[in-house]
Design a protein around this ligand. Structure first.
Ligand code: ADP
Ligand code: MG
Length: 262
């Protein structure tokens, strides 16, 4: 469904003593996301996880390599060329406050993508908003609320409902629970799991919680300083890691990681 081939990204930084100054954030990255499956990307802060998602979404151009979406080479697409694909892949950010306009009601936020693409209006739009809010298990009355009238977990449910509005085939989840209270994290993860089973979406899940990755992902990619350290099924990576770095990450997790049969 989505693949990156030899993707690199260098950012231009302000010149130092008149010399060009570039920071290599990603190098030689290959990855594949299969329909209905979850690819987890793990790695410490600054390892290039969000940059990878931004490149996949066409928000950032790669310096090297190719991006294929549904077998279509989308490398170098303009914003306009990318627009139809944005219906098919959606981003859920770490901080749901950033994703929701504070002046918009929940209804406005959820239907905004449908309005922006001119897909529904009037009663059909209202009906779709009710379906979406029910999908994320919030009461219908919440459609009239503002973001500040919601808890963090409820806000993330609204951000997820909004991401579902265009019926995407792929969700890019950038640390979707790390800004939430621990007690709420499991509920949001259970919701994501339920939505994937019912709607058949593929996920790219960025997380630094290896226990979450072990329970939710099919494939895992370990990034370190912009380079892939290891990639494979959850069972391969967690039960038989090949790199010392992955072994250290796993050793740092309290308790034992329980992997789903991959
Ligand atoms: P992660 O999500 O894994 O924490 P990011 O992908 O956000 O990491 O960032 C990877 C590296 O690239 C970081 O060192 C970050 O500072 C750098 N970086 C990200 N975006 C830019 C940018 N627009 N300009 C310069 N450096 C950037
Ligand atoms: Mg990030």
């Amino acid at each position: 469904m989505l693949s990156l081939h030899g993707v690199g990204k260098a950012f231009d930084l302000p010149k130092v003593k008149g010399q060009d100054n570039r920071f290599v954030a990603l190098q030689g990255l290959d990855l594949q996301v299969h329909p209905g499956q979850t690819l987890a990307i793990v790695g410490e802060s600054g390892s290039g996880k969000s940059t990878t998602l931004r490149i996949a979404l066409g928000l950032e151009a790669p310096s090297h390599g190719h991006i294929l979406f549904d077998q279509q080479d989308v490398t170098g697409y303009s914003w306009q060329q990318f627009r139809p694909l944005r219906r098919r892949m959606q981003l859920v950010q770490q901080n749901p406050f950033a994703a929701l306009d504070p002046r918009f009601t929940v209804f406005d936020s959820i239907v905004e993508p449908l309005v922006s693409f001119g897909l529904l209006k009037g009663a059909a739009l209202e009906q779709r908003a009710r379906e979406l809010i029910e999908r994320v298990h919030l009461p219908l009355s919440y459609l009239d609320r503002l973001p500040r009238e919601l808890s963090g977990g409820q806000r993330q449910r609204v951000a997820i409902a909004r991401a579902l509005a265009l019926q995407p085939e792929l969700l890019l989840l950038d640390e979707p629970v790390s800004a939430l209270d621990v007690s709420v994290q499991a509920q949001i993860l259970a919701l994501l799991d339920e939505l994937q089973r019912e709607l058949g979406m593929a996920y790219v899940l960025v997380s630094h919680d290896l226990a979450v990755v072990a329970s939710m992902a099919d494939q895992v990619l370990v990034l370190r300083q912009g380079q892939m350290v290891e990639q494979g099924t959850v069972a391969q990576v967690f039960d038989r890691p090949t790199s010392e770095y992955t072994r250290e990450l796993i050793a740092a997790v309290p308790g034992r990681l329980v992997t789903v049969a991959a």
